[in-house]
Design a protein around this ligand. Structure first.
Ligand code: ASP
Length: 412
């Protein structure tokens, strides 16, 4: 059976088992939950935590060593990185706004896990900002302080880039280590059907029918945010800056979006994204060959949107209030976390381990998100590559290239 089908079965069975236990056998649920659902779920969460530090370090170091290639830096590089960061921050803002308005996690109360109590109080924003620079990178890794790990990885990658061929062996090592870590994510993903079953049965068994409604609403909120971002933000940038019709853009990019959707991996879709951008959107090779691979690695608006909606959803479920400062912190951490997300299926979920603790949300919340993530992963990956192609088009246009199907040509 294909993995996606297996995951869907896992979710469905978990849902049924959870509901049946919740309705008819609440006494049976307790031991089954304690000895089966919770340990299986926790095992999965532990495996994620095991992978995340080296994964983030190598993925960012390798990505950054590409950004700062002195030959590529220049105007195009700066423009690209600014556009990538700005659109990602806007994406999360839309996600937060929508999740606050819709409130997918409101009305259902999930008990806070006891271990979460000690991280309940998130530190003030300023402290978190200063804390991004680690005193000791090894310590940061040992403690799993992800913002510090990201910072060190960025500096390491940029230094590697400036040293160029002198440090070829280190770069090669980092690239290969990155591949190993990505493979480990894929290995972990094979266990998702079982984890999804256990986590779903646990969540629904504990909270009952209301939980299914909440999860549904979470999915709707997330899909809506993805759609809004693609229509409003990408649409207006394309129309007003690149001066091309968004419809034409989407039509030309459609094959790449399809591959991204079905594979759930920006990296797997990259060759098709490049082809669509060059042939369909007329982005010159000199720009697409830099902007698109970089984008597939660091620009993930869809992933950032998921992280924003997920944070608000889990906070609402556990009844943890998030201040305005907390929400700003989410924008910051989710931007960084999305940069560090590997372009493979479900990697965005792994990166929630960065976002949640910074605002005092329990990692157990991941279990609830994971249960329904498959379809959402596919959808956000399509958004991710759309953002890359959009930025490539804008950069090409502002560099004086004739991109896409010009609007005048269309109306003529
Ligand atoms: N699957 C996404 C991608 O490759 C990453 C994620 O899980 O959010 O773009």
């Amino acid at each position: 059976m294909k993995l996606t089908a297996k995951i869907l079965w896992g979710i469905l069975l978990g849902l049924i088992v959870g509901l049946v236990l919740n309705f008819y056998f609440p006494d049976v649920f307790k031991p089954v939950n304690e000895y089966l659902f919770t340990p299986v779920g926790n095992l999965f969460l532990k495996a994620i935590k095991m992978i995340v530090v080296p994964l983030v370090f190598f993925s960012i170091a390798v990505g950054a060593s590409g950004i700062a290639d002195p030959k590529k830096l220049g105007r195009v590089g700066v423009k690209t990185v600014i556009l990538y960061l700005a659109t990602t921050a806007i994406a999360i803002t839309i996600a937060l706004g929508l999740a606050n308005i819709i409130g997918p996690g409101k009305g259902v109360v999930v008990e806070k896990p006891k271990e979460a109590l000690d991280i309940d109080e998130a530190p003030p924003v300023m402290e978190t900002l200063l804390n991004i620079v680690p005193d000791n990178p090894i310590n940061a890794m040992a403690e799993g302080n992800m913002l510090q790990v990201i910072f060190f990885a960025l500096v390491f990658g940029i230094a590697m880039a400036f040293l160029g061929s002198k440090v070829n062996r280190v770069r090669e090592f980092a690239e290969q280590a990155n591949e190993v870590m990505m493979y480990m994510v894929q290995m972990l993903m094979k266990t998702v059907p079982y984890a999804a079953f256990a986590l779903m049965a646990k969540a629904v068994g504990e909270a009952g029918l209301g939980m299914i409604g909440s999860m549904g609403l979470y999915m709707v909120t997330l899909l809506l945010a993805l759609l809004l971002h693609m229509i409003l933000v990408y649409g207006s940038l394309l129309k007003f800056v690149a001066k091309i019709s968004p419809f034409q853009f989407y039509k030309k990019l459609f094959p790449a979006m399809e591959v991204a959707f079905t594979t759930g991996s920006s990296a797997a879709a990259l060759p098709v994204t490049i082809e669509c951008a060059e042939k369909g959107l007329k982005v010159p090779k000199s720009i697409s060959s830099f902007v698109l691979p970089l984008g597939a690695t660091i620009n993930m608006d869809g992933t950032a949107i998921m992280q924003g909606v997920a944070a608000i959803f889990i906070a609402q479920l556990y009844g943890i209030p998030l201040t305005f400062g907390d929400q700003l912190l989410i924008i910051l951490t989710a931007t960084l976390a999305s940069i560090g997300t590997a372009a493979v299926p479900s990697a965005g979920i792994v990166m929630l381990t960065i976002v949640f603790p910074t605002v005092g949300l329990p990692l157990e919340g991941l279990g609830i998100i994971l249960g329904v993530d498959r379809l959402l992963d596919m959808s956000r990956t399509a958004t991710n590559i759309t953002g890359d192609a959009m930025v490539a088009t804008i950069v090409a246009k502002t560099e004086g290239e004739t991109v896409g199907v010009e609007e005048q040509a269309q109306t003529a």
